[in-house]
Design a protein around this ligand. Structure first.
Ligand SMILES: Nc1ncnc2c1ncn2[C@@H]1O[C@H](COP(=O)(O)OP(=O)(O)OP(=O)(O)O)[C@@H](O)[C@H]1O
Length: 685
């Protein structure tokens, strides 16, 4: 990359240092973790960063590798700020071992190293050679062993191996020796000493074992978010007349506390951090510089960097190599978890099957009480009842009292009643021009419904109307129009006259399930990867956010495609749901819905840090999605006429006209039907 130096010539110190931190500040909300921190890691040196737990070491390392942004100050890593366009930090130049293990549990040791090798652009031969060396050097078990089955110490060593893999110019190791036995710890230090000897590799390492840091060329002692001292271990010890580095550190802390208490007094209980509202003790002296050590030049002495647009564009463009590495990773993980993969593929199919089997079909065996006061075997009432759909409606013949008692007890969904002169009154209604109120009443089927379940009640109404139409057709044949209901439902514009609720609800269910699964899987996979430090690790290895998103999108599209194929086979071939539109459009819509789900999952994962809350957020969107999918009735439902609507009118209207002409006779007979419904249970006579 070409960098234009706009400031005064770069000091030799900047050029000779692998890392330069100047007046670096970083806060988490109001919590000030790094406060005007200055640190220099000379090129070709091992820098031991020491400090108590919570003093900000990990935060500083994250700022150095660029996974955290600093609030103020300047950091230069191998000559440029981290994440500067065209700079390979993050990238191949830096090997980062985070404090968390940040390893894929479903990977073998070999998979892990191959994955990082791919991202760093190593050839398979180079990766294999490095792998053999690292397995031997780090005393790792068989390469084919799954990370999940390794001990804590072995996992840490694999993590260290991943950081050392590409022979980086800068190694950033966050507590690499925790849980490692003393012999191996000595071996690791020996290796670090070896690699820095060439002068081309620099190392910054944090450790809790202060004494092991004596092997470092330079140590930095950190406390409360700032560097107290920086220098060679021997010099530090000599300066404090201490026999060990630990004692020197103790003395430094005491000095810091004395000076600090005079000037600022950190609030009680806030050890390890500096609160923003506390007066820091550098107000009285230039505390931005360590007590001992190399004093860095002022911040305005640092070079200013710029990159031309071509470099910037190349920096932003996603690299296919990284996307491919991430996709291979996802596929490998899927392969290692066949159960989970099958579950992902089959979950929508299982959900839709359950829905088709359990929801929306016509209710069966609905018990209805029949009070028939006609006794003759060839009565109209018996004939009419024979047309009732017996698979759905189970008729129970009862007396008037038993029928209503049963209906009130919830044993029957309704009562159907016929008066004793039903046949003769109905005949009169069919043939006479004028009929009395008594004849209308007696010639009507009386129905009392239990409307507590709308679905069952609607079904009963429809079945009764259908039975009546069939009965009239049977009795009167071509003359049936005289008593038929003068509204004729023609072949529908869309759908079919006899389609069930399942047919209506399935498309909405398919879209909702596809959306919800994509939201859940995306949100969870990103939240978990980030929580386990895998995202940061990949980012430091040079994978950009865009590449991560693209790789996820492509892998997820594969899962969605399989889901869609299985869903369509099930819906169209097994459950015989009709599809009257274009199949291509159906597929496109489902896939688009999946992509919308992925996008929403990304939004959730960027706003939420833990799995449980991510799950809740994903679940929360399910119900609004269900409503907007059209499965449930909403008041906002409108229908905009389309050209097809206007075209159909001329065809259907003549039908209606011809009926109105002949139906003039039946109108007076049929209309009173409505009035006859206003009756009490005692009215069947
Ligand atoms: N994501 C975060 N949000 C809020 N506070 C945080 C976050 N990460 C770290 N902190 C706080 O910042 C402070 C410094 O944390 P950091 O992890 O840098 O310490 P450390 O020196 O590395 O500690 P250790 O040696 O125990 O790992 C701690 O008080 C910690 O609670």
């Amino acid at each position: 990359m070409k960098a234009d130096l706009e400031a005064p010539p770069v000091s030799r110190e900047v050029e000779a240092s692998a890392i330069q931190c100047r007046e670096v500040c970083r806060s988490y909300g109001k919590l000030k973790v790094l406060s005007n921190l200055n640190l220099t890691v000379p090129q070709g040196h091992i820098y031991g960063l020491l400090g108590p737990s919570g003093c900000g070491k990990t935060t500083l390392l994250k700022c150095i590798v660029g996974t955290l942004k600093i609030c103020r100050g300047h950091i230069s890593v191998l000559g440029k700020p981290p994440a500067f366009p065209g700079h390979e930090v993050p990238g191949k130049m830096v090997g980062y071992m985070p404090q968390d293990l940040a390893l894929y549990n479903e990977f073998t040791i070999s998979d892990t190293l191959t994955f990082f090798g791919r991202i760093h652009g190593l050839s398979s031969k180079e990766t294999r050679a490095r792998m053999d060396f690292l397995v031997d050097f780090l005393d790792l078990p068989q390469k084919t062993k799954l990370v999940r089955n390794l001990s804590g110490g072995q996992k840490r060593r694999v993590s260290l191996g991943a950081a050392l893999l590409q022979n980086p110019q800068l190694l950033i190791l966050d507590e690499p020796t925790v849980g490692v036995d003393p012999v191996l710890r000595a071996k690791i230090w020996q290796h670090l000493v070896e690699i820095v000897k060439t002068g081309k590799v620099s190392v910054i390492i944090t450790t809790h074992y202060i004494e092991e840091a004596r092997q470092a060329n330079v140590v930095g002692l950190m406390r409360n978010g700032r560097l107290l001292a920086e220098g060679e271990p021997e010099t530090l010890m000599k300066h404090h007349s201490a026999a060990t580095l630990e004692k020197a550190f103790l003395q430094l802390c005491e000095t810091f506390d004395q000076v600090g208490s005079k000037h600022s007094a950190f609030p009680q209980g806030q050890q390890g951090v500096v609160l923003e509202n506390s007066q820091s003790f550098e107000s009285s002296r230039d505390e931005s510089h360590p007590i001992l050590g190399v004093g860095p030049g002022p911040i305005d002495m640092l070079p200013k960097y710029s990159a031309d647009w071509k470099v910037r564009a190349r920096h932003v463009m996603p690299k296919w190599r990284n996307i491919a590495a991430l996709m291979i990773k996802t596929m490998k993980r899927m392969k290692r978890m066949p159960g989970s993969l099958c579950f992902q593929f089959l979950l929508p199919v299982i959900q839709i099957s359950l829905m088709c089997l359990c929801i929306g079909g016509d209710p069966k065996g609905i018990q209805v009480a029949v009070v028939n006061n006609e006794t003759s075997s060839d009565s109209f009432s018996k004939s009419l009842l024979s047309f009732l759909d017996n698979s759905s409606i189970q008729q129970v013949n009862l007396t008037h009292t038993e029928a209503f008692a049963g209906a009130y007890n919830g044993e029957y969904w309704g009562v159907i009643g016929f008066g004793k002169n039903f046949t003769s009154f109905l005949t009169k209604r069919m043939v006479k021009r004028l009929v009395t109120k008594e004849e209308v009443d007696g010639g009507s089927v009386h129905v009392w419904l239990d409307l507590t379940n709308r679905q069952v009640a609607l079904m009963l109404q429809k079945k009764l109307a259908d039975a009546f139409e069939e009965f009239i057709q049977f009795k009167l044949g071509s003359q049936s129009y005289m008593v038929s209901f003068p509204i004729k439902f023609e072949e529908p514009i869309y759908g079919s006259l006899n389609s069930d609720f399942t047919t209506f609800v399935t498309p909405g269910a398919v879209l909702s399930i596809t959306f919800y699964l994509a939201v859940g899987l995306t949100a969870l996979s990103f939240v978990i990867e980030r929580k386990e430090g895998l995202m940061d690790r990949c980012w430091v290895a040079g994978v950009s956010s865009l590449e991560t998103i693209l790789a996820h999108l492509i892998s997820q599209l594969f899962v969605i495609s399989v889901q869609v194929v299985l869903l369509l086979i099930l819906m169209l071939l097994v459950f015989k749901n009709p599809n009257e539109g274009s199949l291509v459009l159906v597929v496109a819509l489902i896939v688009l819905q999946g992509i919308t789900g992925i996008s929403f999952g990304l939004v959730i994962s960027s706003a939420i840090d833990d799995e449980q809350n991510a799950n809740q957020a994903a679940l929360g969107i399910f119900y609004p999605n269900l409503i907007v999918s059209g499965m449930l009735y909403t008041h906002a439902h409108t229908h905009t006429p389309t050209p097809t609507d206007t075209n159909t009118l001329p065809h259907t209207l003549p039908h209606t006209h011809s009926h109105t002409h002949t139906d003039t006779h039946t109108l007076p007979h049929t209309l009173p039907h409505t009035h006859s419904h206003i009756h009490t249970p005692n009215s069947i006579k």
